[in-house]
Design a protein around this ligand. Structure first.
Ligand SMILES: Cc1cc2nc3c(=O)[nH]c(=O)nc-3n(C[C@H](O)[C@H](O)[C@H](O)COP(=O)(O)OP(=O)(O)OC[C@H]3O[C@@H](n4cnc5c(N)ncnc54)[C@H](O)[C@@H]3O)c2cc1C
Length: 80
C-alpha cells in the first residue's frame, strides 16, 4: 500500500493529500490521473495528479468528498 505523507483539509468538502508513490512520480505527466483503491477490495476511482512536477517527491491529489470511496479516503491520515 502507498503511504499518505501529508494531508491538508482545504475546505469542508475538499482535501489535499500527498502520497508516496515513487514509481508513479517518476513517470507522471501533467494532466494524468491515478486509479486509487482504499484497500485491495476497494472500488477503483480516478483522481487527477495535481502536481506540475512530482518527479522527486510524493504525488499530490486534491479530491472532493462525494461518495463512499472519497469519504473513506478523507477519514485516513498520515498515520494510516
Ligand atoms: C479522469 C478523472 C479524473 C478525476 N479527478 C478527480 C480529482 O482530481 N478530484 C476529484 O475530487 N474528483 C476527480 N474525479 C472524480 C472522482 O473520480 C469521483 O469523485 C469519485 O470516483 C467518486 O467516488 P465515490 O465512491 O466517492 O463516490 P460515488 O459513490 O461514486 O458517487 C456518489 C455520488 O456523487 C456523484 N459524484 C461523483 N463524483 C462527483 C464529483 N466530482 N462532483 C459532484 N458529484 C459527484 C455521483 O454521481 C454519485 O451520485 C475524476 C474523475 C475522472 C473520470
Amino acid at each position: 500500500m502507498n503511504q499518505i505523507i501529508n494531508k491538508r483539509i482545504l475546505n469542508p468538502t475538499v482535501t489535499l493529500m500527498e502520497i508516496g508513490a515513487p514509481l508513479i512520480a517518476k513517470k507522471a505527466e501533467p494532466g494524468q490521473f491515478i486509479i486509487l483503491r482504499i484497500d485491495k477490495n476497494g472500488e477503483r476511482i480516478p483522481l487527477t495528479i495535481a502536481d506540475d512536477n512530482c518527479e522527486k517527491g510524493p504525488i499530490t491529489i486534491i479530491f472532493k468528498t462525494v461518495g463512499a470511496t472519497t469519504v473513506a479516503l478523507n477519514h485516513l491520515d498520515s498515520r494510516d
